[in-house]
Write a protein that binds this ligand. Structure first.
Ligand code: HEM
Ligand code: FES
Length: 780
């Protein structure tokens, strides 16, 4: 007679419930009892260490730690989103309380680490964060890029001829520390001391030092505290000039209640760790991950354009902050489990980042992963890492310099060791080796000067181009060619569904053009597109028609899909393709045939000669294909077609604007989802500030308000405030910049959303759509 334990959906109450129970009465499983984040197995591979929890028991109480441990993506994001219920006040508390002797040592140094930002509650936190944000925006960070690059180059110079290096000791520890000191405005002296101190701070706060170690650590932490105080005093004497801490000192003069002395001293010490160890570890983790997968490393070396998304994928797969802490301020339910007020939570972001409910095939390293930057390694919401774009910049520059100058390096055989603690993770050493006689700069000195621009803000697969090889170029008509594209390394092409398109970068024309995929979605070897030579072409289609040869390399982005075919809808389906607009409908009709759906495919064109796909479509679809050649008087009679079909049909159409407009008018009274169309051009022109009004946006999750001026887009305003939003076309065509809207009336300007989606009023495209009124509230 087992019954469910109260407050716990995962266990039945055991017969002898008293033996081992969590504070909510929930029995503690053997695996929860064994959980130990100071165990080397946790450091070696945190997501694997808690895989059992992610699968079976996503919220559990750890009796060893006295914490509730949370391991699934949605639960962790919900905790980050609500920093009132889940206070961050314990973020810098010692996870293992120290004994009286160590406490006495700390006291002897006057150690008084207190609230900074990361462990500050509202309303003090947001007030402070707002005042201190300006130096972290992408605009302000740009000026640090040359410094980061110069440092990275100088350190690589030191070992490039050696044939081997410990990248942690010889580069990755010191460069981010130096960058952090520059960013903060701290003089470079005392670097070696700071280095030892910051490790001590990590062990003191997030580790489990043994009693004899505690006293030594306490001395180091005490010294670090005093050094931070001395550096601060020096800065106070002359707070002019660049640097975030100096900026803080200047802001103190304006708002002394917000920027307190205690804040400045605590932050001076905490931020060195926040900015330094996180980034050093993240880069070491990233390099280890890539070098362990030679194909991924080769891809990055061959195409530095992959680096921004590779950085996000590495932060997701093997980040440097595997877990963070919150404390429940009231009784609350997390993932179905009752957590009492005062319950401390260890939220394991490394596990969330491998949650198959959010990331497809999460253990795979996929440099083109569409949602890599959804990772929670930087946290989320009001406290999300302020330095994320500085960290991204550093990681991109380090990966780029190393992959360009040492593409032939490989990992040496070695065992990786980690400092045992819950929250900061990276190998203590990373030994690599290479043949210095094969250094590419020996034969190509110009390589030293090359660099790829850093991408700040969120990246996505859609923003990342990757190479494909032209397998064949086949004329379909006098004006249409079909290209078959294959990956250069024989790997499968990205998965796609009927209706998707790719972006093709048109060589040195600097143009990029979107083309619908027209081949078979089930073919893993190649992508097919068809291109009409456009007489009004600014060079895109002309370049493809004249310059492309089989064997040539091409760069593409995507696939992306905004013209989805609903395979589960069994109503009668009507496909209508006009001219080259037949292409997205070809894979749709193929799927409809495979699924045995009732469908008809209408193919319209000027003349039979211009309808180059007619024969192959007839071979596949037989009597379900209807051809409409205008020059034979066979123009499609849209009103008659609609009248015969009736409002229960499902129509997918792509073609000239005239045809789409006629369909739209004919279906005006029909259910909203009856007609789906694909446009090739945006409906609205460029932003005209004279015609627009500014509006306010409140960001619910981040706790800030912004003003979008009449001459700027919502997307640009969000970016400038360090809010991550993906984007691609910036014209309302692609749907990648969609944001969720909680309140306020939207002025939709995109061609992505359906009428029903627009009317629901709960989402908008940030690149082009605006507020009808004065204010919007967004779930960001
Ligand atoms: C906060 C991770 C680099 C400054 C945080 C948080 C995490 C984090 C997990 C807490 C987020 C939350 O509670 O929601 C990382 C990682 C980095 C990195 C993984 C490198 C890969 C940096 C850098 C700086 C920085 C370079 C530069 C100074 C901060 C600050 C906060 C913070 C000031 C507190 C923000 C607040 O509470 O409002 N970071 N960080 N971080 N980080 Fe980073
Ligand atoms: Fe493409 Fe906004 S970026 S719709």
């Amino acid at each position: 007679n087992l019954s469910a334990a109260p407050g716990c959906p995962f266990h039945a109450a055991p017969m002898d419930a008293a033996a081992k129970a969590a504070p909510n009465g929930c029995p503690i499983s053997a695996r929860a009892a064994a959980f130990d984040p100071f165990d080397d197995a946790y450091q070696q591979d945190p997501p694997d260490y808690v895989r059992w929890s992610r699968d079976d028991e996503p919220v559990f109480f750890s009796p060893r730690l006295g914490y509730w441990v949370v391991t699934r993506y949605q639960d962790i994001k919900a905790i980050f989103r609500d920093n009132i219920t889940f206070s961050p006040s314990i973020a810098l508390e010692k996870i293992t309380p120290t004994g009286p002797e160590a406490n006495a040592v700390l006291a002897s140094y006057g150690y008084a680490m207190n609230r900074t930002l990361v462990n500050e509650d509202e309303p003090a936190h947001m007030a402070r964060r707002r005042v201190l944000m300006a130096p972290f925006t992408p605009e302000a960070l740009k000026e640090h890029e040359p410094m980061v690059r110069e440092l990275a180059r100088a350190y690589v110079d030191r070992f490039i001829d050696d044939g081997r290096a410990d990248l942690v000791d010889q580069m990755l520890w010191e460069v981010p520390l130096t960058v952090a000191l520059h960013f903060l405005g701290v003089p470079e002296e005392d670097m070696q001391m700071l280095r030892q101190y910051s490790i001590a701070h990590t062990i003191n706060t997030w580790g489990r030092p043994k009693p004899e170690e505690q006293v030594r650590v306490a001395h180091a932490v005490g010294n670090f505290w005093q050094l931070a105080g001395r550096i601060l005093d020096k800065m106070r004497q002359d707070p002019s000039g660049p640097g975030w801490m100096k900026f803080g000192i200047r802001m103190q003069a304006e708002c002394p209640d917000v920027i307190t002395d205690s804040y400045l001293h605590s932050m001076m010490m905490a931020v060195i760790v926040a900015a330094h160890e996180t980034t050093a570890n993240a880069t070491a983790n990233a390099l280890k991950l890539l070098l362990q997968r030679p194909q991924a490393w080769r891809a990055v070396c061959d195409d530095p354009g992959l680096i921004p998304n590779a950085v996000e994928e590495c932060l997701r797969h093997n980040g440097s902050v595997p877990a963070w802490r919150r404390i429940a301020t009231r009784d609350v339910t997390v993932g179905g489990v009752d957590v009492p007020a005062g319950g401390k939570l260890l939220i394991v972001m490394a596990s969330a980042n491998h949650d198959p409910r959010h990331f497809d095939d999460p253990d795979r390293v996929d440099l083109l992963r569409e949602n890599a930057s959804d990772h929670l390694t930087f946290g989320y919401g009001a406290h999300q890492c302020m330095g994320k774009n500085l960290a991204r910049m550093e990681m991109q520059v380090f990966l780029e310099e190393l992959s360009r100058r040492l593409p032939h390096m490989r990992l040496r055989e070695q065992a990786f060791s980690y400092v045992p603690n819950t929250s900061f993770r990276g190998p203590e050493h990373l030994w690599v080796e290479w043949d210095p006689s094969r250094n590419p700069e020996g034969t190509d000195p110009a390589l030293l000067e090359r660099s790829t621009p850093v991408r700040m803000g969120e990246t996505s697969r859609h923003a990342v181009s990757y190479p494909v090889v032209v397998e064949s170029v086949e004329p379909v008509t006098a004006d249409i060619v079909r290209l078959r594209l294959v990956p250069p390394d024989g790997r499968p092409v990205p998965r796609w569904q009927a209706g998707a398109h790719i972006d093709v970068e048109c060589g040195d024309t600097g143009l990029s053009r979107q083309y619908s995929l027209c081949g078979d979605p089930a073919d893993p070897r190649r992508l097919e597109i068809a291109i009409l030579r456009d007489p009004a072409s600014r060079g895109g289609s002309r370049w493809i028609h004249t310059a492309l040869q089989p064997g040539q390399r091409l760069k593409i982005r995507g696939p992306r899909n905004h013209f989805r075919f609903d395979e589960n809808d069994v109503r009668q389906v009507i496909f209508i393709g006009g001219g080259i607009g037949i292409t997205p409908l070809m894979p749709m009709a193929r799927r409809a045939r495979e699924l045995g759906l009732p469908y008809v495919l209408h193919y319209c064109g000027r003349s039979r000669d211009a309808m180059g796909f007619a024969d192959e479509l007839a071979a596949l679809h037989g009597g379900r294909l209807r051809l409409h050649a205008s020059d034979e008087g066979g123009r499609l009679d849209i009103p008659a077609l609609l009248a015969a079909a009736g409002p229960d049909a499902r129509i997918y159409a792509c073609g000239p604007a005239r045809m789409l407009d006629a369909l739209q008018a004919g279906c005006a009274g029909w259910p909203d989802d009856a007609l789906r169309t694909e446009h090739f051009a945006a409906a609205q022109g460029k932003l005209d500030p004279g015609q627009e009004h500014g509006f306010d946006v409140e960001l619910r999750d981040s706790g800030i308000s912004l003003t979008v001026p009449a001459d700027s887009t919502l997307l640009d305003t969000l970016r400038a405030a360090n809010i991550d939003v993906q984007s691609d076309c910036c014209e309302g065509l692609c749907g990648s910049c969609e944001v969720a809207v909680i309140e306020g009336e939207i002025d939709h300007r995109d061609v992505v959303l359906t009428r029903a989606e627009r009317e629901a009023g709960d989402r908008m495209m940030a690149c082009c759509s605006r507020a009808r009124g004065k204010r919007l509230v967004l779930a960001l």
